[in-house]
Write a protein that binds this ligand. Structure first.
Ligand code: FES
Length: 121
């Protein structure tokens, strides 16, 4: 497992997403409840980027179909409940899912050395 510099500690803000491409790995960094976290910048629904999603209650909300994922654990919180930011009625959620089952986001381990943050890939 490679340990690679990813950002300075000051660059990672609370409830905000910082997008990085590290050796071809697209990741999102954030700070939730004082804890640093890193997840894959790829929604498990259709593989689209999550970087423009909002952070709400410690979860990133996919800007495409509203699935949300806990940024600390990667766990799926909600699945395909919207269409480009517009909430959709419950009966449409399975249609929007296009046959894909809820899945978690990949998470990465981070490590601080002084003011520098490293990711384990
Ligand atoms: S691509 Fe993210 S919910 Fe569809």
């Amino acid at each position: 497992m490679d340990k690679i510099f990813v950002a300075n500690l000051d660059d990672i803000k609370t409830d905000t997403l910082l997008s990085k491409n590290i050796n071809g790995h697209k990741v999102l960094l954030s700070k939730i409840k004082g804890q640093l976290c890193a997840v894959e910048n790829r929604c498990p629904h259709l593989g689209l980027p999550l970087a423009k999603g909002e952070v709400c209650d410690g979860a990133v909300v996919c800007p495409f179909h509203g699935s949300s994922f806990d940024l600390l654990s990667g766990a799926n919180v909600d699945w395909t409940n919207a269409f480009f930011g517009m909430p959709m009625p419950g009966w449409t959620h399975k249609l929007i899912a296009l046959g894909k089952s809820p899945a978690a986001l990949k998470t990465y381990k981070l490590e601080c050395e002084g003011e520098q943050v490293f990711i384990h890939l």
